[in-house]
Write a protein that binds this ligand. Structure first.
Ligand SMILES: NC(=O)c1ccc[n+]([C@@H]2O[C@H](COP(=O)([O-])OP(=O)(O)OC[C@H]3O[C@@H](n4cnc5c(N)ncnc54)[C@H](OP(=O)(O)O)[C@@H]3O)[C@@H](O)[C@H]2O)c1
Length: 327
């Protein structure tokens, strides 16, 4: 495993996304499997785990907390807040200081730790970012030492640019992969110039970029790849990166033909790591074998310039015009 600097802390360039460990929105990952996924990740040298208070309403955070207690390896946990609550994600009351503090304290209790390495706003309304009060609240939570760093998970370039201008922001979490490349052109250089870490989510386009799906693939009723395939429940970008599923299957076969060999998931991650502005990429996993495959991307050589150019051409010509979800 190779490591990159997150505000001076060496974190694994392959992190672990744990939406799946909430055992909701992806189907069931039972407690033993969840624990084994965490163990295989840290055994491979991984030390950066992304979770959120809403992943299974605390289930993901709790299994991570249990794991941390029983395994003494140093792990940097990033959580998120802002989407708890019934109805409209608990908005806007989630963004007053007292509620934010209570949500941080709940995450700390689930994780059984006294300080979060990183707390992130979880794709909250753009107007809340524009108003700026949430950033004051995060600075106050940092002053109180409840969180070491704070960052923002964003959906659009506009949101990213608002956040990059905030005093004290440590990181941005973005969707960036072979299907969804546009944000790079507008924010990578600025993030690098300002020393702000970039955390890349949905790197495998919810599994499409592993090449394992075909037109016959179906997902369970409670899997977001069923109920949000066209962005019916939340931003379309979070599911298949905003690409129509059948088009995504076809295009992933085209991408596969441009890669050095059939290790498609690993090359899709390698492609992201080949961008030096990226600090860590956080593939999610529902099986130990997936973690083992994903961490191996850190040991691959970079893709050649020729392959990068071919992939960019395919993106510009066939993918960019059809990608959905606001950005
Ligand atoms: N708004 C936000 O802030 C936000 C939104 C989305 C995600 N996230 C974070 O980002 C993380 C990553 O995104 P994601 O999980 O949505 O999407 P992803 O990483 O693109 O896709 C994960 C899925 O891909 C499949 N997969 C992973 N590795 C594989 C491998 N080596 N071989 C074959 N299949 C593999 C698995 O599908 P199967 O389970 O079907 O096998 C897995 O559940 C999340 O876990 C979460 O921590 C944050």
């Amino acid at each position: 495993m190779q490591y990159r600097s997150f505000q001076g802390t060496a974190i694994a360039e392959i992190g672990l996304g744990t939406w799946q460990l909430g055992s909701a929105d992806w189907g069931v990952v039972n407690h033993e499997e969840a624990y084994a996924i965490l163990k295989s990740y840290t055994d491979a040298g991984g030390n950066f785990i992304d979770t959120a208070d809403v992943y299974g309403m605390g289930i993901s955070e709790k299994v991570i907390g249990e794991f941390l207690k029983q395994n003494k390896t140093e792990v940097f946990v990033a959580s998120k807040l802002g989407r708890r609550g019934d109805g409209n994600n608990g908005w806007p009351q989630n963004f007053d200081y007292d509620t934010m503090k209570r949500h941080v304290e709940d995450s700390l209790a689930h994780l059984d730790i006294s300080q979060l390495f990183l707390e992130q706003l979880h794709c909250i309304p753009t107007d809340e970012l524009r108003s700026g009060k949430v950033f004051d609240h995060l600075r106050k939570l940092q002053d109180q030492k409840l969180i070491k760093h704070w960052g923002v998970s964003v959906e659009t370039t506009e949101e990213a640019l608002i956040c990059l201008d905030q005093e004290g922001v440590a990181s941005l979490q973005i969707i960036f992969n072979l299907f969804r490349q546009h944000i790079a052109d507008e924010i990578f250089a600025k993030a690098k110039e300002k020393g702000i870490a970039l955390i890349v989510r949905v790197p495998l386009a919810s599994g499409l970029l592993t090449g394992k799906f075909n037109e016959q693939t179906r997902f369970a009723a409670k899997d977001h790849r069923n109920f949000n395939a066209k962005g019916e429940a939340f931003n379309a970008g979070e599911t298949f990166s905003g690409i129509d599923f059948n088009e995504g299957v076809r295009l992933s076969n085209e991408i596969k033909s441009l890669l050095p060999d059939d290790r498609m998931a690993q090359w899709a991650l390698r492609w992201i790591l080949d961008h030096p502005e990226v600090t860590t990429v956080i593939p999610g996993a529902s099986k130990v074998s997936q973690v083992q495959s994903n961490v191996a991307a850190s040991g691959l050589q970079s893709l050649s310039e020729e392959i990068h150019n071919n992939l960019r051409r395919l993106y510009d010509q066939q993918i960019k015009p059809i990608i959905r979800g606001h950005y």
